[in-house]
Design a protein around this ligand. Structure first.
Ligand SMILES: *Cc1c(COP(=O)(O)O)cnc(C)c1O
Length: 405
């Protein structure tokens, strides 16, 4: 039974919503696979994937099935009780990674908040109150809570909210000497994204992550990988740390973990986890049965050779064609990234104009992303069909052609 709803339109946004977002002019109302339809019935191809979230596209039958089945059984019980979907998903994550313990929450920022609190608590318990410094990278992004914007390396997100959280140092990314100079026995954690996502789809160098691991070990500091954007198959491995072969002490996952349903996780070892004793941390919805039921379905589809190996093949399709477009129209100097997280670095002539390219793509019925003003980002579904890739990139080329004409 459906209830008649009052009509709403984009203009209503400015009347009723806090103006912290500037959404596009159209409103999506339905999705299937890598296609989305707006209120007027216009069909778009989705290479944005809800910012690396809709990892299996829209309305994937396995996810819809899991959510519907769970919706008919049990929605929420709080953490006063545990639940079956949460335990099942935690077991899968533990079996498939370095981790032995899982903490569930609802967003990437919350997973990182938990990671940073755990790192500080471990250092406090083991070494005393002087060891609390966190080292993070310039241009990094770790979420929008007060702690996470302060750890993030973009002051535009942390300025103007009162006193900053102290004990946080920022160093240039991929600069091992800078890390060596900054780290000390007061460092409790080094926090890195294996690929800086919001910062421009910039992959870490192998030697950098390896060196960071060694420096952390020398100084009894924990290595934290923020895999909120790179995790759950995005790079063709379940997590990007597995691509690099460098194991963190704490890993955070969100975005693709729920395929569009809000869920996040912090993964760690038993030895570290034991510092978060009863009462030290928590969140009402963390490990919610609905979210975890969907998370289980996402995990079961993604963690298969079929899907993970498919990511590399799709990466090549994107990369080859995007490089060609970049050369032909002189818009990109480089296409970088791993798997289905790709960034096209704008040439000098096009610097600062990623938003114009976003708008031009939208006119050609294509959803893409920026990663800052100088990088065009693609984060499509991992199961996007080849025909959709071809058609989407045809639309993208038309957009670039018109824009450069
Ligand atoms: C998106 C993102 C976050 C924040 O996740 P939210 O769910 O928006 O809180 C944190 N870290 C990275 C690397 C991200 O890409």
């Amino acid at each position: 039974m459906s209830v008649e709803q009052a009509p709403v339109q984009r203009a209503d946004f400015d009347q009723v919503m806090v103006p912290n977002y500037a959404p596009a002019a159209f409103i999506p109302v339905r999705g299937a696979g890598s296609r989305v339809w707006d209120q007027s019935g216009r069909e778009l191809i989705d290479f944005a994937g809800g910012i690396a979230v809709n990892v299996l596209g829209h309305a994937h039958p396995a996810l819809v099935g899991a959510l519907t089945e769970q919706a008919n059984n049990l929605w929420h019980v709080s953490n006063v009780f545990t639940n079956e979907p949460a335990l099942r998903l935690a077991k899968k994550l533990v079996d498939a990674t370095f981790a032995e313990r899982v903490f569930f929450c609802n967003s990437g920022a919350e997973a990182n908040e938990a990671a940073f609190k755990l790192a500080r608590r471990v250092a406090f318990d083991r070494f005393g109150e002087e060891k609390y410094e966190i080292i993070a990278a310039l241009n990094s992004f770790h979420g929008r809570t007060l702690f996470t914007v302060n750890v993030g390396g973009q002051s535009k997100y942390s300025d103007g909210f009162g006193p900053k959280i102290t004990g946080i140092t920022h160093i240039p990314f991929n600069d091992l000497d800078a890390l060596k100079a900054a780290i000390s026995d007061k460092t409790c954690a080094v926090v890195l994204e294996p690929i800086q996502g919001e910062g421009g789809v910039l992959p870490a160098e192998q030697a950098y992550l390896q060196g960071a691991r060694e420096l952390c070990d020398q100084h009894n500091a924990l290595l934290v990988f923020d895999e909120v954007q790179t995790g759950m198959g995005r790079t063709g491995h379940l997590f990007a740390y597995q691509h690099y072969g460098v194991t963190p002490d704490i890993l955070t996952s969100a975005k693709s973990l729920g395929g569009g349903f809000p869920i996040a996780a912090m993964l760690t070892t038993e030895d570290l986890a034991k510092h978060l004793v009863v009462g030290t941390h928590g969140t009402t919805y963390g490990g919610n049965p609905l979210a975890c039921a969907v998370g289980n379905a996402v995990f079961d589809v993604i963690n298969t050779p079929d899907v993970l190996q498919g990511v590399e093949a799709k990466h090549q399709l994107f990369k080859t064609r995007l490089e060609k477009i970049g050369q032909q129209y002189g818009v990109f100097t480089q296409v970088r990234g791993l798997g289905l997280l790709l960034g096209c670095v704008l040439s000098d002539a096009w610097k600062g104009r990623a938003k114009d390219i976003f708008n031009a793509a939208e006119k050609e019925n294509l959803m893409i992303l920026q990663a800052g003003p100088d990088v065009v980002r693609f984060a499509p579904s991992l199961v996007v069909e080849e025909a959709d890739i071809t058609e989407g990139l045809d639309r993208f080329e038309r957009a670039i052609k018109h824009l450069t004409a």
